[in-house]
Design a protein around this ligand. Sequence first.
Ligand code: NAP
Length: 272
Amino acid sequence: MQFVEAHGAKIPVLGLGTWELSGRICSRVVEQALRLGYRHIDTAQIYENEREVGEGLRASGIRRDDVFVTTKVWTTHFTPHDLLRSAKDSLSKLRLSEVDLLLLHWPNPHVPLAETLGGLGRVKELGLARHIGVSNFTVALIEEAVKLCPQPLVCNQVEYHPYLDQTKVINACLDHGLAVVAYSPIAKGRAKNAETLTRIGAGYGKTAAQVCLRWIVQQDIVAIPRTSKLERLSENIGIFDFELTEEEMRAIFAMATPKGRLTDFGFAPKWD
Ligand SMILES: NC(=O)c1ccc[n+]([C@@H]2O[C@H](COP(=O)([O-])OP(=O)(O)OC[C@H]3O[C@@H](n4cnc5c(N)ncnc54)[C@H](OP(=O)(O)O)[C@@H]3O)[C@@H](O)[C@H]2O)c1
């Protein structure tokens, strides 16, 4: 497995997303993913599956230190006091002494960013998170966060797939040495029917979803596809034995549309 490195963090370039996975399916999918070679699991407090993610991790028999575990703090816990309590709560559900990466799940303009980042830095100092980062931060918010945070931020997790041009935010991350982690990397499943991806995949004996994920990791961007189906776990990790040409990469970049964003909420920041 390749890694993306940022401020001392070594993030496996492919991880398993777990949003909407719950109960036994969640723990089985996590266990099986790790047995198949995944070494990076993405969860969040708001997914309410940290307990099951921890169970899958233990059932896999893979050594704790060989797996990169990310969780996220929800925006209602952004005062330093709440943030610390929330991080401890996540760890007790995961039954881990620390996570590899703890993220602010979304920006929250109602709590001063300096306070929240101070709290996040404190969680790291206490050894509860090996690394810290943000999610759904825009260029302006990244600039602000990098200035205010007492510790280095190692990543910004954002929506990214062929339908959404994220050049601006990706460049801002690179300027500050942050890794980019792509969520919804197969566009919530939509990429599986894309004509361009299917056509390119036919030349390599790969599916459209595999071409889509390959396009992301070939940009040194981390992808965290989610599946509830055991058979798709091996499909989604089977992307390291072929390489897209520059022309193919360009054809996939050309799929972006102005309406390509799939995740938007009333509380979202003003996107770049
Ligand atoms: N930071 C944030 O705000 C944020 C927001 C959204 C997501 N995330 C993270 O990113 C992860 C991934 O994003 P996502 O879950 O939104 O979307 P995604 O991974 O792009 O797509 C998941 C969907 O695609 C299907 N799928 C998976 N592999 C497939 C394949 N090989 N062929 C065809 N369909 C396939 C899955 O269905 P089956 O289950 O039927 O396979 C599921 O419906 C999440 O699980 C979560 O961990 C973070």
